[in-house]
Write a protein that binds this ligand. Structure first.
Ligand code: RIB
Length: 298
């Protein structure tokens, strides 16, 4: 059963302020970097755009500030075909920003959440129709945990399966472990959770991304592993978001978990070949073409 899926994202939107440098500064040190650029980002918006480029109809619930970054980001979401009916303009807080340092094929990120902190239960309640109409709901942790929990409850009222990407890591409430369909930590986040007995009890719901190594998941009653594709890395920012957006799209289409993880793993590999969190996010056609080309190489 393959259909056009509807994915709802309740999450963050940021402007990414990105500096590339040969050397990460140490505590108290100043270094001269290379280029500076601004890119659209935020884990929520990144995942929404990944899903949209891969063929999903996407509803986004979130908040921008009443400022030029906010306007630019909102227009960008619209230009990517995202339904922004659930987006609000916050008059009290600025648009979220992320300070990103790129060095040695990896990144370090600090987020100032701004308006993302005002994505509250009332906003989600106001747009519960966007959740009820969706095949899959996608959540991350750049909005208040209270809102995440409330959104999980709404999704369960409508039997909408939820994928939670627990990033950035926080201690997770029990209800989150028990009510998700899939939890998608990266290996650092998984390591932080590993001693929680509930984490151990939901092995079959875990999909753990491991960067350039690959992705571990559960299928056929056992742990499975798919290695990453070797590509030329330009910017790893947003690779995890591409994975999550792609995973939600494939699960919404009704594909098997193995096929969904395989597709998401390929989309994430392609995403790191261009700069910016969303710069390398592939279209469905690009992922399919990459898969075909790899088949010929083998
Ligand atoms: O996952 C990458 C994203 O994390 C960036 O776009 C940044 O905005 C932060 O939210």
């Amino acid at each position: 059963m393959n259909k056009k899926p509807v994915v709802c994202v309740v999450g963050s939107i940021n402007m990414d302020l990105t500096i590339t440098t040969m050397k990460m500064p140490m505590q108290g040190e100043t270094v001269l970097g290379n280029e500076f650029a601004t890119y659209p980002g935020g884990k929520g918006a990144n995942q929404a755009i990944a899903a949209s480029r891969l063929g999903a109809d996407v509803n986004m619930i979130g908040a921008i500030g009443n400022d030029s970054f906010g306007m630019t980001l909102l227009n960008h979401l619209k230009s990517e075909g995202i339904n922004v009916k659930g987006m609000m303009t916050d008059l009290k807080k600025p648009t979220g920003i992320a300070n990103i340092i790129l060095s040695e094929d990896d990144n370090r990120i600090i987020v100032a959440p701004g308006a993302n902190e005002h994505v509250d239960s009332d906003l989600v309640d106001k747009h519960r129709d966007l959740i009820s109409q969706s095949d899959v709901l996608l959540l991350q942790l750049e909005i208040p945990m209270e809102t995440v929990i409330h959104t999980l409850k709404i999704a369960s009222e409508y039997n909408v399966p939820v994928i939670v990407n627990p990033a950035p890591y926080q201690i997770l409430p029990d209800v989150l472990f028990t009510s998700v369909a899939y939890l998608t930590p990266n290996e650092i986040e998984a390591d932080a959770m590993k001693d929680d007995p509930l984490f151990k009890s939901i092995q079959e719901k875990l999909i753990i991304t491991q960067g350039e190594r690959g992705v571990a998941f559960y299928d056929d009653g056992a742990e499975q592993f798919l290695p990453s594709h070797h590509v030329k890395v330009k910017d790893t920012t947003g690779a995890g978001d591409t994975f999550n957006g792609a995973l939600a799209t494939e699960i919404g289409r009704g594909t098997s978990i193995r096929e969904a993880v395989d597709f998401a793993n390929t989309a994430a590999a392609l995403s790191v070949t261009k700069v910016g969190a969303q710069g390398g996010m592939p279209t469905r056609q690009e992922v399919e073409q990459f898969i075909q080309e790899r088949k010929h190489i083998k």
